[in-house]
Design a binder for this molecule. Structure first.
Ligand code: AMP
Length: 190
């Protein structure tokens, strides 16, 4: 089983590029953000608790997302692997993921990191707000907090994965087609 991580700041295009990747490489896409939004839409207790944090641009607790990840791993034994999108987002989550995989004698295959500058993040999220109507894309304050949270809590993972020798950075600026070509070219080597 292969385990790929789609990494990058909010708005980098992780979801957009994950869709064709899972088709081409027969992977199961796990987006923790999407799973949380489904919980919110279904009105579950977990969803209610998550909504307040998400709307402010804060992270939900590690154990909540880790529970969702573990459940999804167990559900899809027939795929070639998994594409984790939006997870891990903290150093603790990365350590817990390693532990989860080690227990199955497995490890993270590669980290595909889509990089775009902060100014581009804001512009892209504002564009997406008009199309998808996500609550956390709507306010400047929430967007600013998500960018701050990314730099403080998620960016340190770059060093963690560089040290492991599995970090692969891709320039996320360009048209969807241009970036997709770069992503596929990288994936073909992994
Ligand atoms: P995303 O769709 O990946 O942009 O995620 C939307 C929101 O869901 C984030 O801003 C967080 O509030 C929450 N979220 C998604 N994934 C995680 C995670 N791995 N850890 C904590 N919170 C998360």
């Amino acid at each position: 089983m292969k385990y790929f991580i789609m990494f990058g700041p909010p708005g980098a295009g992780k979801g957009t590029h994950a869709a064709p990747m899972v088709k081409k490489y027969n992977l199961k896409h796990i987006s923790t953000g999407e799973l949380l939004r489904s919980e919110i839409a279904a009105g579950t207790e977990l969803g209610k608790q998550a909504a307040a944090l998400i709307e402010k641009g804060n992270l939900v607790p590690d154990e909540v997302v880790e529970g969702m990840i573990a459940q999804t791993f167990a559900k899809y034994p027939e795929v070639n692997g998994f594409l984790l999108d939006g997870f891990p987002r903290t150093v603790q989550q990365a350590m817990d993921l390693d532990e989860m995989l080690e227990a199955r004698d497995e490890y993270v295959t590669g980290v595909i990191s889509l990089m775009i500058p902060d100014e581009e993040i804001k512009a892209r999220i504002k564009g997406r707000a008009l199309i998808e109507g996500r609550a956390d894309d709507a306010s400047d304050e929430t967007i600013a907090n998500r960018i701050k949270t990314y730099h403080a809590k998620t960016e340190p993972l770059i060093e963690v994965y560089k040290d492991k020798g599995i970090y692969h950075e891709i320039d996320g600026v360009g048209t969807i087609e241009e970036v997709q070509k770069r992503v596929f070219a990288m994936m073909d080597t992994l």
